[in-house]
Design a protein around this ligand. Structure first.
Ligand SMILES: Nc1ncnc2c1ncn2[C@@H]1O[C@H](COP(=O)(O)OP(=O)(O)OP(=O)(O)O)[C@@H](O)[C@H]1O
Ligand SMILES: [Mg+2]
Length: 133
């Protein structure tokens, strides 16, 4: 898979594969080494959240274009319980589990665009984009 595709996130091994595919796609999109690492880190956190809180999910990996700029867009989706209060979930340190509560807030800071849609009982959809500069 290079420019587009969807990967399942159903176990720890899948998180490793997601990291590898995102790294390869980030390189292909022309992201700098630092930016590759940032979006791989964000992808790792979002994949882990899908696994831990939703029991699994999937990610679409796309190279996108905005005029002359290329970028990498990742769309994570799951059919889990959803997030009742999105503002709260994005606060540094907020967790309903055993984590540090930094996955969502940290991911948001690591990318250029961050969109989180969720509702109780309707799963979660998170789209992040990082542009090559
Ligand atoms: N895909 C998801 N489905 C349901 N709830 C989620 C999902 N992702 C995050 N959450 C909720 O948002 C909270 C904050 O997530 P975040 O990733 O920031 O922290 P964490 O996973 O608790 O800890 P950390 O990622 O730092 O180990 C979670 O504790 C959980 O309640
Ligand atoms: Mg997390």
């Amino acid at each position: 898979m290079t420019s587009s595709g969807e990967l399942p996130i159903n176990g720890n091994g899948d998180v490793v594969l997601v990291r590898q595919e995102v790294r390869a796609a980030a390189l292909e999109a022309g992201l700098s080494l630092v930016d590759q690492t940032k979006i791989v880190t964000a992808a790792s956190e979002l994949a882990r959240n899908a696994l831990v809180y939703a029991g699994g999910g999937r990610v679409r990996i796309e190279i996108v274009r905005n005029g002359v700029r290329a970028g990498l867009r990742l769309t994570f989706s799951d059919d889990g319980p959803g997030i009742p209060d999105i503002e709260q979930a994005l606060v540094d340190g907020w967790t309903t589990g055993n984590g540090l509560g930094l996955g969502l807030s940290g991911s948001r800071r690591l990318v250029d665009e961050f969109d989180l849609r969720s509702a109780p009982g309707e799963g979660t959809l998170i789209t992040v984009t990082k542009w090559a500069r």
